[in-house]
Design a protein around this ligand. Structure first.
Ligand code: ADP
Length: 165
């Protein structure tokens, strides 16, 4: 049988920075697929707090114990990146119904651009359904506690950013 790379999944996002909610999806998806590529979008229009290199490094540290997870960056359209990787599966997390409309729009557009792409939605674990990178940055900016929300290396990186380092 032709190997179409169906077991390689790509989890794309900004990850600015990675949170425990993202990590929950990564850990669960890594059990389902043979290989999971976490693809960090170098999105210049979003004006990220962390550079692409910083976001990649934080993700690498947080997933160091997961041998079938690869961390990579991309700039192009997701489907071009996926073609390059010979991947056909996209994983996205759903926190609440409010995520659904946007996520469905993305999935349908990707499907329209390439009929070879399938999107899999994973519901977030309830304890993380309120969690987003933006909320974490907002709390950290005012020196609030984020230790329950992000891994320790991200907490340290946030402290450095917001103490002018
Ligand atoms: P984007 O800028 O593409 O929305 P994010 O880094 O914010 O990138 O999110 C990447 C993916 O992770 C999206 O599918 C998003 O819905 C999902 N996600 C974000 N936070 C959580 C969370 N707390 N629980 C589950 N999924 C999440």
């Amino acid at each position: 049988m032709e190997d179409k790379g169906w077991k390689v999944a790509v989890y794309p996002g900004s990850f600015d920075p990675v949170t425990n909610g993202h990590l929950d999806i990564i850990r669960r998806a890594a059990k389902v697929f043979d290989k999971l590529i976490v693809a960090v979008l170098n999105n210049t229009s979003k004006n990220p707090l962390f550079t692409l290199e910083e976001r990649l490094e934080l993700l690498r540290q947080a997933t160091a114990d997961l041998p079938n997870v690869e961390i990579d960056g991309f700039r192009d359209l997701l489907i071009s990146y996926m073609k390059q990787k010979n991947a056909h599966l996209v994983v996205r997390g759903l926190r609440a119904v409010s995520d659904f409309e946007y996520e469905l729009q993305l999935a349908l557009n990707n499907r329209h651009l390439s009929e070879d792409i399938e999107t899999f939605f994973m519901p977030s674990t309830p304890q993380y359904s309120f969690l987003s990178s933006s909320i974490v940055k907002e709390i950290a900016r005012f020196h609030g506690p984020v230790s329950d929300l992000v891994p320790p290396e991200v907490e340290r990186a946030l402290t450095r950013k917001f103490s002018g380092g």
